[in-house]
Design a protein around this ligand. Structure first.
Ligand SMILES: [Zn+2]
Length: 267
C-alpha cells in the first residue's frame, strides 16, 4: 500500500475520533437543553463543573491518560466517551477505505467525477449526525426529532450523487418506514418507539434499494434480538432502544453494498 493511503486512513480515523468526541458532547448538550439547562460554551466536567483544558479534550488519548476520570474531582467520566471516539474513528476509516481502496493513488480518486467525490463527504457528515442520534437513543431511549429530519436532505443528495433509482428507493423507504409506523401505531409504542419510523425515512433513502431495505429489516432485528437476549432471560422488562441497531445495520449494508450486489442481487 502506498504511504499516502496509510496517511489518509490514519487521518480519517483521527478526524472520526475527534467528531466522536464532538457527537458525545452534542448528545449531552441536547439532553441538558431539553431539560432546561445549558452547559455553556466550554467543555466541563458533568460532576464538578470544572472547565476542561485543551489537553484533557484530546480524543481517546486524554481518556486513557486520565483512566476515564476527571482531572479535578476524579469522578468517572463514563465509557460512552471513549467508545464513541473509537467507534466513529472506525466509521470514518471504513468509509474512506470503501471509497479510496479501488484507486491506484489518492490523487486518482480526487480527479474522479464530482458525483463520486460528493458521496463519501455526505456519508461522513450524515454519520456524525447519526452518531449523535445513536448515543442519545442508547443513553436516554429517545430519538432527537430535529436531527432525524436533518438527515433526510443528506440522504436525498446522496441518492442523486449515486445516480440511484427513485422507484426502488421509494419502495424500500416505504417498506421500512411504513412497517415501523404500523408497528408503532398498532402496538401503542410497546414494540417500537414513536421515532423509529421517522429515522427509517433517511435510512431507506441512503440504502436506495428495496432489497437493501429487507436486509436492513432482517439485520437490525437480528442484532437487537441477540443484544437483548441476556436481558430477556433475566426477565427484565426494559425496552431496548432500537435506533442504534438501525443505524449500525445501515452502516454495515452501505459498506458491504458492492459485495451484496455482486453475490445476492443479480440483474
Ligand atoms: Zn470533575
Amino acid at each position: 500500500m502506498n504511504i499516502d493511503f496509510i496517511v489518509l486512513y490514519l487521518a480519517a480515523f483521527i478526524f472520526g475520533s475527534i467528531f466522536g468526541s464532538f457527537a458525545c458532547c452534542q448528545a449531552w448538550r441536547i439532553r441538558e437543553k431539553s431539560e432546561g439547562r445549558n452547559l455553556g460554551k466550554h467543555s466541563v466536567c458533568l460532576h464538578c463543573g470544572a472547565k476542561l483544558k485543551w489537553y484533557d479534550n484530546l480524543p481517546i488519548i486524554s481518556w486513557l491518560a486520565l483512566k476515564g476520570r476527571c482531572r479535578n474531582c476524579h469522578e468517572k467520566i463514563g465509557k460512552a466517551e471513549i467508545l464513541s471516539e473509537i467507534g466513529l474513528g472506525l466509521v470514518f476509516f471504513a468509509i474512506a477505505y470503501k471509497y479510496f481502496s479501488g484507486f491506484e493513488t489518492v490523487a486518482n480518486f480526487f480527479s474522479s467525477p464530482v458525483e463520486l467525490l460528493v458521496q463519501p463527504l455526505i456519508l461522513l457528515v450524515a454519520f456524525i449526525i447519526y452518531w449523535i442520534i445513536l448515543i442519545y437513543d442508547a443513553k436516554w431511549g429517545e430519538l432527537p426529532m430535529l436531527l432525524m429530519l436533518l438527515e433526510i436532505p443528506f440522504a436525498i443528495i446522496f441518492h442523486i450523487a449515486r445516480g440511484g433509482n427513485w422507484l426502488y428507493a421509494g419502495i424500500g423507504t416505504g417498506l421500512l418506514s411504513g412497517l415501523y409506523y404500523l408497528l408503532y401505531f398498532f402496538s401503542k409504542e410497546k414494540l417500537v418507539g414513536g421515532g423509529d419510523w421517522l429515522l427509517c425515512i433517511s435510512i431507506g433513502l441512503f440504502l436506495g434499494r428495496w432489497e437493501f431495505a429487507i436486509i436492513e429489516l432482517f439485520l437490525s432485528n437480528l442484532t437487537a434480538t441477540i443484544f437483548s437476549a441476556p436481558q430477556a432471560l433475566k426477565k427484565e422488562k426494559k425496552q431496548i432502544p432500537f435506533g442504534p441497531f438501525l443505524i449500525l445495520s445501515l452502516l454495515a449494508i452501505l459498506l458491504a453494498s458492492d459485495y451484496i450486489l455482486k453475490f445476492f442481487i443479480i440483474y
